[in-house]
Structures are given as structure tokens and as C-alpha cells.
Design a protein around this ligand. Structure first.
Ligand code: 13P
Ligand code: ZN
Length: 300
């Protein structure tokens, strides 16, 4: 057998071996994973993800799970207890960033920095079925993501699929100088930039400083997410939910931009009261004309 014959033979064997392993569109090429990776890259370019800061989870559809199954590990990881429990997520699958993963590395090596996890039939544990190569674990904030997914799925009749956690500078800065309540933060942001009441008509929730990564902060955040699409963690960051990657990223972007304008206006004004903001009647008029179902308890 000549060189080209044997090379062809090796090639053919390689192709048939590959065909024997999997067929279909690779997980990195699936539309949901492209959206996932793009959000991570966009968040990094905004400066919201120092080191391993921030995390992202996506609740997959049944069709997406079916399209990905051929690529799942023959031997998934052991079950990882979550420390929390949700009946409505039993058997669900999530795409998740890894604990300690840097958002800036997600586009470079998705299968190492991102994984797919399956939730147990008891709704209180998960196992890695794809990605998170070499023993990676889901984000340390997965208990919070998991509990919030549970309440957001209920609150939106299943429409909400994405939870995005980031460390945006201006939102975090404001938690050092403003009272830590939803009304104060919501009014500050609604009144400084017109689009805010449109982007988050229910307002933003605020969780006081807590130890990250555990069941306590998960339960506190999930409780607020029954009402709000976004919740601030004092001295830490922001959680945003959405039905798709654009709306989750857009909500994060809007809240951080409004906080940036608020901080700049405060600095320009040397901390004094503002000469001009949107009045409560102005906010009512936006809600009336755009038919928004706003949280009226936040208006005077
Ligand atoms: P992870 O690396 O575990 O996702 O943690 C980052 C973070 O932002 C913790 O709140
Ligand atoms: Zn964080």
C-alpha cells in the first residue's frame, strides 16, 4: 500500500470513528450556545466581569436538549447537591458558566468554561452532562440561579429562561451611598433616564449584603424575583432575568447605564438635589401612553 492509500485509509477510519461517536450540529454551533457565548463576550467588553466575576445560566428547551443529547458524556459527573430544592425544575437542563471561569475565556474555549447540567428527578442536585472539561463545576452561584429560575418560570408562565449576574461598577457604587431598599433605587433610576420605567416597569429589588454562593442569598433573591425582573446585591452586583439573551443583557445594560448617569449627575451637582428629574406625573404619563403595567406603589 502506497503512502496516499494508507493516508486515505487512516482518514477513512478517522471519519467513520467520528461518525460512530456523534452526529448532528456540535453544541458550540447551536443557536442557543452562540447567544450564550455572545452575551459573555459582550459583558466582558463592558467591563462587568473582572477575574471570574459574574455568571450566566440558560434553561434549555426540550428541543435543544434533544439536539444536544448525542454530544452528552457517556459518563456524566456525580450528582452535586444544590442545597436548595425546586419541584418545577426536576429533570430540566441548563447551560451554565463554570465556577471560577473567566467570562473573557468563554469564546476561546467554550467546552471548558461552560457546561450543560441536568437536574435530578428530586429537584435538588445536578450533574454535568457536557462541557466543564476536566472536572469543572457549575458556577458557585448556581443555587441562586436555580431558585430564581424556579420563581421566574412560574411568574412568566415559562417564558423566562435566562439569568445573568454581573458586577457593574456604578450599580455597586450606589449600594455604598443609598438606602438599600427597592423603592429608593427604583425611583432614582426611573427618574434619571426615560427608558428605565419602560425597561423595568416593576422596578428593581435590593438584597442587603450577604455571603455569596449559598442557600440564604438564593432564597432572599428568589423571593424578590417574584416581583422584580432585576435584583441588586449590595456591595456585589446585579442579577437580571429575561426570556432571551437580548432582553437579559439589555436589562443589565439599561440599569448600569442609568446608574452611571445618576453617579455622574451627583458628582456634577456635588451631591446636592437635582435641578431636574422626571416627575412622578411624568412617569405616570409614560405608563399611560405606553400602556405599561408599572409598580405604582413606587410613585408619590
Ligand atoms: P463563579 O466564578 O463561581 O461564577 O463566581 C463568580 C461570582 O460572581 C460570585 O458571585
Ligand atoms: Zn458575583
Amino acid at each position: 500500500m502506497g503512502f496516499f492509500d494508507s493516508a486515505q485509509d487512516v482518514f477513512d477510519k478517522g471519519v467513520s470513528a467520528a461518525k460512530g461517536v456523534v452526529s448532528g450540529v456540535a453544541i458550540e454551533q447551536q443557536a442557543f450556545m452562540k447567544g450564550f457565548v455572545r452575551l459573555c463576550a459582550d459583558g466582558w467588553s463592558q467591563g462587568w466581569h473582572e477575574r471570574n466575576g459574574g455568571n450566566l445560566t440558560y434553561r434549555m428547551t426540550e428541543a435543544e436538549v434533544a439536539d444536544c443529547r448525542a454530544f452528552f458524556y457517556e459518563n456524566p459527573s456525580e450528582w452535586i447537591p444544590l442545597g436548595v430544592h425546586a419541584d418545577n425544575l426536576r429533570g430540566a437542563f441548563f447551560a451554565v458558566t463554570g465556577a471560577g471561569s473567566y467570562m473573557r475565556n468563554v469564546p476561546l474555549d467554550t467546552a471548558r468554561n461552560v457546561g450543560i447540567v441536568e437536574i435530578s428527578a428530586t429537584g435538588d442536585a445536578c450533574r454535568v452532562v457536557w462541557g466543564l472539561k476536566d472536572g469543572g463545576r457549575p458556577t458557585s452561584e448556581f443555587p441562586s440561579h436555580f431558585m430564581i429560575h424556579s420563581v421566574r418560570a412560574n411568574a412568566t408562565s415559562g417564558a423566562s429562561r435566562i439569568l445573568y449576574h454581573a458586577h457593574p461598577v456604578n450599580v455597586v457604587a450606589l449600594t455604598s451611598v443609598m438606602p438599600l431598599d427597592a423603592r429608593t433605587f427604583t425611583r432614582a433610576l426611573w427618574k434619571i433616564m426615560t427608558e428605565c420605567i419602560i425597561a423595568f416597569p416593576k422596578g428593581v429589588g435590593v438584597v442587603p449584603w450577604m455571603v455569596p454562593g449559598g442557600a440564604e442569598i438564593a432564597m432572599a433573591t428568589a423571593e424578590l424575583m417574584k416581583t422584580y425582573d432585576a435584583v441588586i446585591w449590595a456591595q456585589h452586583g446585579l442579577f437580571c432575568s429575561g426570556a432571551d439573551f437580548d432582553s437579559a443583557f439589555g436589562l443589565m445594560h439599561t440599569i448600569e447605564k442609568a446608574a452611571d448617569i445618576y453617579v455622574k449627575a451627583r458628582l456634577l451637582n456635588e451631591g446636592g438635589d437635582f435641578a431636574n428629574t422626571i416627575s412622578d406625573d411624568g412617569l405616570r404619563a409614560i405608563a399611560r401612553d405606553l400602556r405599561l403595567n408599572i409598580n405604582v406603589s413606587f410613585l408619590d
